[in-house]
Design a protein around this ligand. Sequence first.
Ligand code: GLN
Length: 547
Amino acid sequence: MKKFIIVCGGVVSSLGKGIATASLGKLLESRGYKITIQKIDPYINIDPGTMSPYQHGEVYVTADGAETDLDIGHYERFTHAKFTKKNNFTTGQVYQSVISKERRGEYLGKTVQVVPHITDEIKKRMHAVAEDNDVVLIEIGGTIGDIESLPFIEAARQLKYDIGRENILYILLTLVPYIRVAGEIKTKPTQRSVKELQSLGIRPDILLCRTEKALDDDIKDKISLFCNVEKEAVITALDAKNIYDVPLKLHKEGIDEVVVKKLKLKDRKPFEMSEWQQLVERMNNPIADVRIALVGKYMGLKESYKSLVEAIRHAAANLGAKAELIWIEAEDIDKRETIKELRSVHGIIIPGGFGTRGIEGKIKTAEFARKNMTPMLGICLGMQCAVIEFARNVLEHKNANSTEFDPETDYPIIDLATNWTDKDGNEVRRSLTDDKGGTMRLGQYLCKIKQGTAASIAYVGINPIYERHRHRYEFETKKAVELEKNGLKVSGVSGDGSLVEIVELSKHPFYVGCQFHPELQSSLEKPHPLFVSFIRKSLLNKNVVRP
Ligand code: GLN
């Protein structure tokens, strides 16, 4: 029988449910169980694809091209499980399915209701990720007591009768605040949210208590008594400076032992996380540092660059270094302080983005990196800006008096790809974020690398290479001829050779732009090769004397 673990949150949001769930998944994997994790989002949007980064943070893209919640990114970075569109669903998707079924007459004249029709659809989706896994972890978004998440909690309650009480475990992540002025730890908010969960028919088996001060025995006794949970199942989730420490800390608290015991899981293999532990130690004790500028436009909300920041950390940690991030607003590029900041960094990243705001700033940043020999990694829009910069400042300038290059016909270099269909040859996705109404290339695609390039050095030993995309505009190889002649090398192309996937400059320490999002496939244990190369060159750049 498959085992299910439901994780929900009490008291307040932002307690780190995603990291906690990913950490538990990691711990179970480290004991030999095959796991998967599903995230349920209570909002009505079908997916976060059309939401502003300010609303939702980063949109994480899975290999099969689903636009998902950023927690899926945490799950992928922590575990070895494979994630697809089934691993994340929303209220919107559930209602959309139920309503279409109703229109097709599949409910045979019945009144369609939240219970059982909506809850049945939710349970169907929960079972859909079970496949050949031993344990399915399900994180329910929102906080207990929210109107929006009620049907999900109800479905999770019903699940225990469908699969048997011994096959399901409920975990409540709750806040145990420390009141500094009184010098006391308070358990009342936890008591209240346990009551609230119980009133919905779920008795939590494990309490994961988020706290800034370790819970002593007396507090654990009290929580156990008042919340009706065994003492060993009251787990301290102490604030951690480094999220990659969380699984190790939770293991010390014995969470995996409690889970294995309660779910009666048969032992697979002894717990093993030494490699992870070494990497975390290396991360916590860097021997070098490097300053990296991130020139973007959602600087007010760092959550929009979650995977990117993690990918930089992974690469730096694997090289024994720590990257200090300098956040630069692309629109401020002409300010004197900004230029000064750019001069002070050892490497520059120009990330992806949507819309025209900030584009000119990104183009100027690419020019700065090209001229100052600063290692640069341009991602998606970042690569497109590097190409535009080169066409504008190198090609156009050089060809000003030439008849061979005609900007009118050769432009736009970056444009919507013609007749785009997805890799199955159907389901062209329309984007709502741009009134040009282009189509998005989403998910994993083959990338062919040219030998003798910086890209081929970075990717050495990796073949075939698949990278994830999320963009509408393309740089077609047929438009690259003139640029190549003038020194902007195409070092990676799509499977059919029609689209440029990577560009680079040869007379530069590291100047690489990629059309895909390498940050979506980086983890602490397997940092992405482009980030590793970029950080390595940035570390070398530390000796450069600047004017
Ligand atoms: N806006 C650009 C496009 O649609 C870049 C997208 C991105 O950076 N993800 O192609």
